[in-house]
Design a protein around this ligand. Structure first.
Ligand code: HEM
Length: 219
């Protein structure tokens, strides 16, 4: 609220401030929260990977993890990326054409809406081997496909001039939270529930993702 532009000394109006807070909440909070929720669901479905994650983060000891620690736990980043591939919170990105155009032989009249979907692209078999499978190792530069993915095969944060401004922050935040929460709780899916993706403004789970959380010593 007190921030001033360094050159002009201008402050934000109340309206701008409100818009900025709303953007942080909608663009920054729900997307990362949803990524973590799907990540924990995927780990419950893949106990071998969850166990490998536990062994990896044990290396960091008990202290609060920092950005510098992340390079020592590469599986954490691979898990977050693989979860973003399968359950991209921004499951579609829309643009309105300003003028008549043509894309890959398709006529795009001015003012029409054009959608691209990270969710759909991330599950194309031409781009990812066994695309519906949760396999964080595909993001391991040593084990993944030679040369990695093409730039726009994996684009949970969009691309070009409007690429997510919070991209680096979100990846860092999700990884640090995954470490802290994985250490502190043992999660289990509430029996009889199974999350179903629900494409709304962001990709949510219809009826939520229901889990119980126990302290490791209590489970
Ligand atoms: C997993 C987390 C996140 C995902 C998947 C995500 C995804 C995206 C995507 C796909 C776009 C581009 C939309 C477009 O091209 O129309 C975008 C834009 C944006 N994101 Fe994120 N985001 C995440 C986290 C964050 C965080 C943590 C912040 C802020 C702290 C943030 C702030 C923004 C803002 C302000 C824009 C608009 C940028 C512009 O138009 O210049 N996002 N995000």
């Amino acid at each position: 609220m007190a921030a001033k532009d360094a050159q002009t000394e201008e402050r934000m109006t109340d309206r701008q401030l409100r818009d900025e807070v709303l953007t942080l909440l909608v663009a920054g909070h729900e997307t990362t929260a949803s990524t973590l929720a799907w990540t924990f669901f995927l780990l419950l479905e893949h106990p071998d990977i969850d166990e490998a994650l536990g062994a990896e983060i044990d290396r960091l000891g008990d202290k609060a993890p920092t950005l510098a620690d992340l390079e020592r736990v590469p599986l954490v980043g691979q898990i977050v990326r693989e979860s973003l591939r399968l359950f991209s919170p921004a499951w579609f990105i829309a643009r309105r054409a300003e003028v008549d155009d043509e894309l890959c032989g398709v006529r795009i009249p001015a003012r029409s809406l054009v959608f691209v979907s990270p969710y759909a692209t991330h599950r194309r078999p031409e781009l990812f081997e066994r695309p519906d499978e949760f396999n964080p190792h595909r993001f391991d530069p040593n084990a993944g496909p030679a040369g990695g993915f093409s730039r726009f095969a994996f684009f949970p944060f969009g691309g070009g001039p409007r690429v997510c401004i919070g991209h680096g922050f979100a990846l860092m935040e999700a990884q640090l939270l995954l470490i802290v929460l994985r250490r502190r709780f043992r999660l289990s899916l509430v029996p009889g529930t199974r999350p179903q993706p629900s494409p709304q403004l962001t990709l949510r789970a219809r009826h939520g993702i229901w889990m119980t959380a126990d302290r490791p010593s209590e489970s």
